[in-house]
Write a protein that binds this ligand. Sequence first.
Ligand SMILES: *Cc1c(COP(=O)(O)O)cnc(C)c1O
Length: 237
Amino acid sequence: MIDIKNNLLQINEKIRNAEAKSGRKENSVKLMAVSKFHLIEEIQQAIDCGQLLFGENKVQEANQKFPELFQNNQNIELQMIGVMQSNKVKNAVKIASCIQSVDRIDLLNEIEKQCAKIEKNINILFEIHTGEETKSGFECFEDVQMALNLFSENKFPHITPKGFMTMAPFTEDKSLIHKSFETVYNLSQKLQQQFPSFDLSELSMGMSGDFEIAIEHGSTLVRVGTAIFGERDYSKK
Ligand SMILES: *Cc1c(COP(=O)(O)O)cnc(C)c1O
């Protein structure tokens, strides 16, 4: 039996300890519960334990679960964290407060278009490619700079850039994980300096296996699935 309540207690404690160890302010790191592949009942259990921020990968799956959860829980928030095809944006912006996986300028155009239609403002993070396996994410500083220039020109009035997201490589080699988070931290500092009119302080870094390392490198939001809900059963879908 997976004990969601106990898992949440333990992870929150580990986050507070990691904050203290790195000299970070208490509660400067938020916990997102990544609920992909998990059922409404399991998500509700987490909500009943006080967990309010959730992340999903797939727009279709999120739309199957979250409208009902929103109806029963006014305070919860959903952010999208998976690779997003442009034709999924319309349904994503309806339910999400933030799209963390913005990896190309085209996607910003589509998000702007769909948000304008429903007169909604949405937050986004720029996903930065630092892992070996995952293909998504901006590859270089200049491309993100170009995207932020478009924001400066007010090309996306319905979108607010909030910061950056990355997935570290899946590897036993801890130095590569450190390097990945450090790269994104440094990039965020540089871009914040160049674009002082935006608040780019959100750093979504760290998953079940590496969130404590991410906190060392300035993460403000960790995305934890397995350590809360248990292993995902990929055969269910
Ligand atoms: C699935 C997923 C997570 C959560 O991963 P766990 O290892 O289960 O904690 C975090 N971020 C992204 C982008 C994901 O796709």
